[in-house]
Ligand binder design. Structure first.
Ligand SMILES: NC(=O)c1ccc[n+]([C@@H]2O[C@H](COP(=O)([O-])OP(=O)(O)OC[C@H]3O[C@@H](n4cnc5c(N)ncnc54)[C@H](OP(=O)(O)O)[C@@H]3O)[C@@H](O)[C@H]2O)c1
Length: 341
């Protein structure tokens, strides 16, 4: 079996560290692994399958020097904007976790459970984009329901964990909780989030756009349409909550025709990477505590609208660092290998 030289750009970050764990757990066919980060952490070591690898500084030439075949990028949009082209030009396939290339006309935006064919179909310039973390778990649920019942409109509210803002987001919540118990939360200045996140929820993720939606909300609209390949109406409200890890979402789905709850549950039970947890008699439904550190999107609270027979409401939770980033990226790489071979 062919083995690949794999680079992880942003190796010391929340997503980068998870990519190493997923690669090891999935026993990805690796010849050499190259951790890349900024000059701040270059020179430190990263452990992978019992061996230490030195973190190298990201440079324009490192992909060629290290003969990289597959480059995972998760170091922010501006880093991908500048460096991804050097990886692609050196012959590597780039799998990008940032938002930079997602809506480019010649870059496939892929969730392997939904549109794996996009990897081969799209005229692509050696770059494959990983969707936004909130989009991935939502489309894993929407795609099978759309295939079965034809979706016309989706309204979603997200409950997004602080780790969606990287390691610094988690540190800010923990520090503010410590300050709360030390009776000095009043002195604590927010740095990562716009307001105090401990004991609060913030209906504001990424920047506001001219249309009064945030960029995060518009990512969910545009990316869902690109992945499903249809102009389904989507409206999103994205909210940061004081949860360390795993995003949750309340989703209302409008179908072309009437839908029975039991039939929708059957469809979701057969959907790849989706687990139905829905037994209200036992208080069983998806929660971040269930989804964290797993590769599944959990769905429950599946119920009919009180007024319309063509509308369902449901609730889901998924680990956004794995399902919403690292696992999806590695699954894309596995699909790419399958297609390449
Ligand atoms: N967190 C999530 O749930 C999530 C989900 C999906 C997508 N994403 C996306 O993934 C990307 C990374 O997110 P994260 O949460 O992992 O952030 P993070 O924890 O803050 O980590 C950022 C990583 O990028 C590296 N980096 C920053 N500037 C760099 C530069 N100029 N050159 C080279 N490396 C640089 C950092 O290296 P140093 O340690 O050297 O500073 C670190 O390894 C972002 O674009 C984010 O939007 C995140």
């Amino acid at each position: 079996m062919k083995r690949y030289n794999v680079a992880v750009v942003g190796a010391t970050g929340a997503v980068g560290e998870e990519i190493f764990r997923v690669l090891a757990q999935m026993d990805f066919p690796i010849n050499n692994i190259v951790p890349l980060a900024s000059s701040r952490t270059a020179g430190t070591d990263i452990e992978f399958k019992g061996k230490n690898y030195r973190v190298l500084e990201l440079t324009e030439s490192v992909f060629e020097e290290q003969e990289v075949d597959i480059a995972f990028f998760s170091a922010g949009g501006s880093v991908s904007a500048h460096f991804a082209q050097f990886a692609a030009q050196s012959g590597a396939v780039v799998i990008d976790n940032t938002s930079h290339f997602r809506m480019d006309g010649d870059v496939p935006l892929v969730v392997p459970e939904c549109n794996p064919q996009a990897i081969g179909d799209w005229k692509n310039r050696g770059i494959i984009a990983n969707p936004n973390c909130s989009t991935i778990q939502m489309v894993q649920i929407l795609k099978p329901l759309d295939d079965a019942f034809d979706i016309k409109r989706v309204d979603v509210s997200t409950y997004q964990a602080v780790s969606g803002a990287g390691k610094e987001g988690m540190e800010e919540l923990v520090r503010q909780m410590q300050d709360f118990f030390a009776f000095k939360l009043d002195e604590s200045q927010p740095k990562v989030f716009q307001h105090q996140i401990a004991l609060n929820v913030i209906p504001h993720i990424d920047v506001f756009m001219d249309n009064a939606y945030t960029k995060e909300e518009m990512k969910m609209v545009n990316e869902t349409q690109k992945i499903l390949g249809k102009n389904v109406e989507v409206s999103a409200t994205c909210v940061r909550v004081p949860v360390l890890r795993s995003h949750s979402e309340a989703i209302t789905i409008h179908f072309a025709n009437d839908v029975q709850v039991q039939k929708a549950i059957e469809v979701l039970k057969n959907a790849p990477s989706v687990v139905v947890v829905d037994d209200i008699s036992k208080n069983e439904y998806p929660m971040p505590l269930i989804s964290t550190n797993t590769d599944f999107t959990y769905v429950g609270r599946i119920r009919k609208d009180l007024y319309r027979d063509n509308v369902l409401h449901l609730w889901c939770a998924a680990d956004q660092i794995r399902v919403g980033a690292a696992t999806n990226a590695v699954r894309i790489a596995q699909k790419w290998i399958e297609l390449e071979g």
